[in-house]
Design a protein around this ligand. Structure first.
Ligand code: COA
Length: 262
């Protein structure tokens, strides 16, 4: 389908979704969140797509946050609905997608932008990237998962400090790398090719096993879920898949596997 705020490009097994509001630094308004919700569903349903890359349009920003212009006059109830709706349609949706999602952080990742990057399964940043959670300077707190996912990724103390400092707590790409907030930092012109190269290597593996790995890793971060127990179940279920038969047969026959994703 055609999107107003997104660009979608598919190269073999890799789909690149680009948030395309560069004049607003790709700020997430409700229309963009709704489109991302649809684009994620489409990617999940398309068997050709095995890995996703999420990025922002232009050289300046990945996403500079939730659209402040849109929510500036919201009531308590509207604020709560905004957060709940965002969690469901976008942030939890990305995190729970059954295909790996890489964030290509090509500039500012602030507020909802950093929260979106943190919902992705891992992050690669360009050397000009700046990451932070400025919300407290606006009189709100991170409302798209930032209070939870940042602490999980970098530890509670660093998360508290970044959140408390607001816009003055922004970190550059190299510091984010030291913290483990991003996995790699590359020159901006190499960002997409680096992500494509990683995605291509991931796409060679079993889609059913990748989906199971996402569920198992995520389970460890769900309160009330026993991650190791979930791993046992997911591991066992893999033995019933055609991909497992193909992967093990290919190894024994000394050939490359061709996974069908079943
Ligand atoms: N929501 C809505 N609009 C935003 C936005 C956001 N989160 N971030 C940037 N924009 C808009 C600006 O309002 C401006 O639009 P305009 O030309 O219609 O006025 C345009 O994007 C360019 O941004 P500008 O502020 O002029 O760029 P800059 O280079 O001077 O500053 C930032 C860049 C990222 C430091 C600055 O835009 C900023 O602080 N943005 C808000 C970050 C934030 O607090 N995010 C958390 C939201 S909860």
């Amino acid at each position: 389908m055609a999107y107003e705020n997104l660009l979608i490009h598919t190269d073999g097994a890799i789909r690149v979704i680009t948030i395309n509001r560069p004049d607003q630094l790709n700020a997430l308004n409700r229309a963009t969140i709704a489109e991302l919700d649809k684009a994620l569903d489409e990617a999940e349903a398309d068997a050709q797509v095995r890995v996703l890359i999420l990025t922002g349009s232009g050289a300046k920003a990945f996403v500079a946050g939730a659209d402040i212009k849109e929510f500036a006059h919201f009531s308590v109830a509207e604020g709560q609905a905004l957060s709940a709706d965002g969690h469901k349609k976008l942030f939890d949706h990305v995190e729970r997608l059954n295909k790996p999602v890489i964030a290509a952080v090509n500039g500012f990742a602030l507020g909802g932008g950093l929260e979106l990057a943190m919902s992705c399964h891992f992050r690669v940043a360009s050397d000009n990237a700046k990451l932070g959670l400025p919300e407290v300077g606006l009189g709100v707190i991170p409302g798209y998962g930032g209070t939870q996912r940042l602490a999980r990724l970098v530890g509670k103390g660093k998360a508290m400090e970044m959140i408390f400092l607001g816009s003055s707590g922004m970190v550059a790409a190299d510091e984010a790398l030291q913290w483990g907030l991003v996995n790699h930092v590359v020159p901006q012109e190499q960002l997409l090719t680096t992500c494509m190269e990683l995605a291509g290597r991931i796409a060679k593996n079993s889609p059913t096993a990748l989906a199971a790995a996402i569920r198992a890793v995520n389970a460890g971060y769900e309160p009330g879920t026993n991650g190791l127990q979930r791993e046992i179940e997911e591991f066992g279920n893999c033995f019933g898949t055609a991909d497992f038969k193909e992967g093990t047969s290919a190894f024994l026959e000394k050939r490359k596997p061709e996974f069908k994703g079943a």
